[in-house]
Design a protein. Sequence first.
Length: 277
Amino acid sequence: MSKVLSSVAVTEFDSLVKHAYQNAGLLKGAVTVRNNVVGDTYKFRNMGKGLANQKSTSDLVTPMDISHGFATATLQNWNAPEYTDMFDAQTVNFDEKQELASTIAQSLGRRCDQLVIDAMDAETTYAGTVVEGGTNLTTEKVIEAQVALRAQGVPNSNLFAAINAQGLGGLLNQEEITSSDYNNVKALVNGDVDTFGGFKFVVIEDRAEGGLTEAADIVDSYFFSQDAVGLAIGIDIKTDVDWIADRTSWLCNGMLKAGAVSRDGLGIVKVQYDKTA
């Protein structure tokens, strides 16, 4: 049979991958995203705070001299390739194509998540750090994170929390918890709601890309404002399907070009907890 894949088949597979990719990354919707970036770097503009000053009649106005700065994201190329013979059949089972497309999309989505996590890991000045203190994640730590952000003037909207499953369990299993908090946390654990304490929770599973940083069972989770982290995307997602003769297989490759950076560490709180407590 011909080893030239029809344009219809390529377009269909590309569409499947892109559709699956929309739900693949957990943190893409939790940060500031810039698409269609040209080049290998992108500068996110940061604007400081202004101080209003009193004006007397006939006086010249006094500029606030607002500080301006940039946080630079460096974009990198990522591939998600896989050899397969599934396209050899004249009529390929749709579910098989969808499964392969989902696998490629999920891997690229997780990579986007890791870029965001790594950017927060690299920050050196946080709004606050809540130490683990020999306990798992607790409602008190959630409140402490909220207070730290409020103290920096971070708006109480578009706030997110990146934690792992053990931290979610810790919220429900803490010894001292009010009945109201218990019901709210139980709904969060059950997936009935995704917000608690003003934060939208994103649960990062254990993953080969790294996931949340941990050492000796102490997890670094992050409670942050959407404006605090920037994700720059040059190639959101692109697929190629090519016949590789020496492999006698089709190579299905998903490609992504992206980079992330912490725009403002004062919009991020690092919350540590002992996942075994």
